[in-house]
Design a protein around this ligand. Structure first.
Ligand code: GTP
Ligand code: MG
Length: 393
């Protein structure tokens, strides 16, 4: 509820009351019970509230029923988060992705919205024979969803070219992930000297950003910052941002940033991990846990507990810079351990493996011998397994 209040304020609302109901099960028709609705109506009346926000995604019929029972606009957590995303999206791709999510939220909730939507399609004159207004509205929205998907995927093709170029340059990618407001953008600024927008509000960042930075010893890597996670992140947003999120998880290492000053930080770790696992079941292997905002917590016993529970975690303050040097060492160690250097005698018949090696490995030299290629390359453990029969040393 605390978080819902923050979300509401981020969206520009002023919170006047909070109401909680304990029930064995949700009311299927109205989400909350009859008595609670009366209590809620009285509160709405007393404050002349304009809006009631539910901390969950309501079914289309629940919204409709509640809308009739309560003298205020009824919205749910999903709708609120979509609204915040719509305000915050700046890039073309981000805006299209948010609109796609909004349309997907809207489609099953069209009943009862009356004539509002027909304007999208021009209203009179666009209706096919025998179609009702509702069918027209649905058709307009479905078409918009298809158009949005097409537009997003054509933008992505363009981006894919940039990615290939990066692979060829053999640059490691380090992605910052974490709960919203954990300090990802602040850390990106500290690591790269960038000047990204940071704010003590939820979802300050939506659009992915990539910046060059140096590790200790001068090795150059690419750091990426993107949208944060939250509990009950709307599934429509996950679908719309799927490609962006997959790209995020596909980095060489994820820095999982945790706001140590947040009372629920342990739960937030679990929430972020479950989102990441849903995007890519294999992500666990490549995460460095980073406890941030240590300047705010004076908890020596807490730190002892954390060092025991999370022995390889880093402790930093992105704001003061404390611990950033040793975080860079963590990253360097991690990347060095991840790839192994191999000398290979690869038969000419292994064309497919060779192209895989060129695409994903770090090929240092190739010499053509009479019956094989002599290759020196650094590869990840997975590729090393495949190449095992051809390892010379
Ligand atoms: N005291 C303190 N504040 C920090 C630290 N790191 C970040 N902050 C503050 O925390 C707030 C959120 O930081 P951001 O960098 O915007 O967080 P984010 O993870 O990018 O958040 P979203 O983009 O909204 O998901 C800002 O007000 C920062 O100044 C830190 O180490 N110490
Ligand atoms: Mg940010």
């Amino acid at each position: 509820m605390e978080e819902l209040a923050l979300l509401a304020e981020t969206a520009g609302a002023k919170v006047v009351e909070r109401l909680i109901q304990k029930r064995e099960a949700l009311d299927p028709a109205n989400y909350i019970g009859k008595g609670k609705i009366e209590e809620l109506s009285a509160l709405v009346d007393r404050h002349s509230s304009e809006m009631v926000i539910f901390n969950d995604e309501l079914s289309p019929s629940q919204i409709r029923n509640l809308d009739q029972l309560i003298e205020a606009k009824v919205i749910d957590r999903t709708n609120l988060i979509l609204d915040i995303f719509a305000r915050r999206a700046l890039s073309k791709e981000g805006k299209l992705q948010v609109e796609l999510a909004q349309m997907q939220y809207l489609l099953p909730r069209l009943i009862g919205l009356g004539n509002q939507l027909s304007r999208l399609g021009g209203g009179i004159g666009t209706r096919g024979p025998g179609e009702t207004q509702l069918e027209v509205d649905r058709r307009v929205i479905r078409k918009r969803i298809n158009d949005l998907k097409k537009e997003i995927s054509s933008l992505r093709k363009h981006r894919a070219l940039h990615r290939q170029r990066r692979k060829r340059n053999r640059q490691n990618i380090v992605s910052l992930v974490g709960y919203t407001n954990a300090g990802k953008s602040t850390l990106l600024n500290a690591l790269t000297g960038a000047d990204l927008y940071t704010e003590d509000k939820l979802f300050a960042t939506l659009d992915p950003t990539v910046r060059r930075g140096n590790l200790n010893g001068g090795k150059e890597v690419l750091f990426t910052d993107t949208v944060g996670f939250i509990e009950k992140l709307p599934k429509q947003l996950i679908t719309a941002f799927q490609a962006t999120l997959e790209e995020l998880v596909a980095a060489d290492v994820l820095l999982h940033l945790v706001d140590l000053s947040h009372p629920e930080y342990l739960r937030q770790i679990e929430i972020v991990r479950s989102h990441l696992a849903a995007i890519d079941p294999e992500y666990y292997g490549h995460e460095i846990l980073v406890f941030n905002k240590i300047d705010l917590v004076d908890a020596i016993s807490e730190k002892a507990f954390l060092r025991r529970e999370f022995p390889s975690a880093a402790f930093i303050s992105a704001l003061t810079g404390e611990g950033i040097g040793s975080l860079k060492e963590n990253i360097t160690d991690y990347l060095n351990n991840q790839r192994c250097n191999l000398k290979l005698y690869l038969p000419y018949s292994e064309g497919k493996l060779y192209s895989e090696l060129q695409q994903y490995g770090d090929v240092q030299s190739v010499i053509s011998r009479p019956d094989h290629l002599e290759i020196i390359a650094a590869v990840d453990p997975e590729l090393a397994k495949k190449l095992d029969p051809y390892i010379a040393s």
